[in-house]
Design a protein around this ligand. Structure first.
Ligand code: DX5
Ligand code: ZN
Length: 219
């Protein structure tokens, strides 16, 4: 895939002005909306749930890329499909029956993603990579926005890229956490297809321009 994707994470948006921030993303050069769902069990934080996702889906005009940081995500696959989610990513560490979970996501018409914590080796994907549409490599420990990028992620991108090629998989590589103008180009050059960016976009003075600059940086 040649076109690189920018997915602003609404976790870093102003929830009191959510519609305004959604419209900003709609009007920007961003490609997807990244939605972080946290349950306070799999990760030590709670973000937002179904009513908020419903409100987001009503206004968002781009692909909804959902990242579930929850235990037992199987319970909510149909709910999120019905809410209009396009990509549903579950955590490797939260899925004892990952193959079944991915099939269930695809059966609902969504793209199926697998997220991996920083300590989880990509070699664990060897027997499942052909079933995966998106691999989200966490470049911070999941649970909070605004953390520093973990440098070891580059090595994981290289290993994952090799695995994808070796297994003839179509999986896209997504990086999530601490993405900014300093690491974006190197990540894409290493083989990344999708960059999630939260604080870097929403804490900037002019988010539309920040997204435009990021796009140009990785073009
Ligand atoms: C972290 C979330 C990320 C987060 C990224 O648990 O999965 O998507 O919102 O935010 P930044 O870009 O601020 O690290
Ligand atoms: Zn995320």
């Amino acid at each position: 895939m040649s076109k690189k994707i920018i997915a602003p994470s609404l976790l870093a948006s102003d929830f009191a002005n959510l519609q305004r921030d959604i419209e900003m993303v709609n009007q920007s050069e961003a490609d997807w909306f990244h939605l972080d769902i946290m349950d306070g069990v799999f990760v030590p934080n709670i973000s937002f749930g179904m009513p908020v996702v419903k409100a987001i889906a009503k206004h968002a005009k781009k692909t909804l890329d959902m990242h579930l940081m929850i235990i037992d995500p199987n319970r909510y696959i149909k709910t999120f499909a019905d809410l209009g989610v396009h990509n549903l990513t579950v955590h490797y560490e939260a899925c004892p029956h990952l193959h079944r979970t991915l099939q269930a996501i695809k059966a609902e018409g969504m793209k199926a993603g697998v997220a991996m914590n920083p300590h989880t080796s990509i070699h664990l994907l060897e027997d499942i990579i052909q079933e995966v549409d998106i691999v989200n490599l966490m470049s911070v420990n999941p649970g909070f926005g605004g953390q520093s990028f973990i440098e070891h992620t580059y090595k994981k991108v290289t290993d994952l890229k090799n695995l994808i090629q070796q297994k003839n998989s179509n999986a896209l590589i997504e990086i999530d956490g601490g993405v900014n103008a300093t690491n974006a180009k190197k990540l894409v050059d290493t083989g990344v297809d999708i960059l999630v960016a939260g604080n870097f976009v929403f804490s900037s003075k002019n988010p539309i321009q920040t997204i435009k600059d990021l796009k140009e940086e990785i073009a």
